[in-house]
Design a protein around this ligand. Sequence first.
Ligand SMILES: [Zn+2]
Ligand SMILES: [Zn+2]
Length: 96
Amino acid sequence: MAMILYRCADCGYRANVLGPGHVDGGIKYQTMICRSCKLVVDSVVARHVPSESGIDTPGVHWQEVAAQCPHCSGGGLLPWPATHPCPRCGGEMDDR
Ligand SMILES: [Zn+2]
Ligand SMILES: [Zn+2]
């Protein structure tokens, strides 16, 4: 799976994250910030639920789940803003 490496020029923190809107094996991920760990993490935000009525309904159903930090199992994660702030120092992280 393709990962994107972001780097903070100010403090040297690096984060390897999945691209936006990543779906893998019926699981939807979103890149979030854990305020407890001060880490950028990829968290599960939804799971695919097969239709109960069978093959007549091709609709794809997603069940949203509460985002959880994969390191501390804590909740309260924040979506990582498009400006890609560093969770350590608040500087801007760059993918180059
Ligand atoms: Zn930083
Ligand atoms: Zn955490």
